[in-house]
Every structure is written in structure tokens, then in C-alpha cells.
Design a protein around this ligand. Structure first.
Ligand code: ZN
Length: 79
């Protein structure tokens, strides 16, 4: 179960919104760390999923050589 699925499984809306906020902050921290570690040669460490409308690490997207960026359009969780 991913963190996001865990967040989605929380029944109480206030608790769920809090958990989602914590999750978004954790993702943002990971993105900044990944960008800092990868240096300027990596153009993008993150990609926005149009399905869940969330900015995610490119590792969260499957590979698709037919697409210009080489990644699936939606994240693994949404496929
Ligand atoms: Zn998604």
C-alpha cells in the first residue's frame, strides 16, 4: 500500500486532509532533495500527474518510449 492509498483510506475527512497535507510536504522535500542530488543535468525530477493532479517524482511514473518524455502520462497509482 502506498502512502497515498493509506491517506485515501482514512475515513475521517479532517484526519484525511491532515494526512494528505503531511504527504504533500514529504513529497516536496523528496523532490528538492532529488533535484539537489541530481545536479543541473537532470532537467526534471518531477512530473505532474493529470489524473490525481499531484506533482510526483518521475520514479512514480512507468516508462513509455512512445512518449516525448519517455514516461507514462499518468502515475503508477492512477494506471
Ligand atoms: Zn496519478
Amino acid at each position: 500500500m502506498s502512502l497515498q492509498e493509506l491517506v485515501g483510506s482514512i475515513a475521517d475527512p479532517v484526519e484525511r486532509e491532515h494526512a494528505a497535507s503531511v504527504f504533500r510536504h514529504a513529497v516536496a522535500r523528496r523532490l528538492r532533495a532529488a533535484e539537489a542530488a541530481s545536479g543541473p543535468r537532470i532537467i526534471r525530477a518531477a512530473k505532474r500527474c493529470p489524473s490525481c493532479r499531484t506533482e510526483k517524482l518521475v520514479a512514480e511514473f512507468g516508462r513509455n518510449g512512445a512518449r516525448p518524455d519517455g514516461l507514462q502520462s499518468v502515475c503508477r497509482a492512477c494506471r
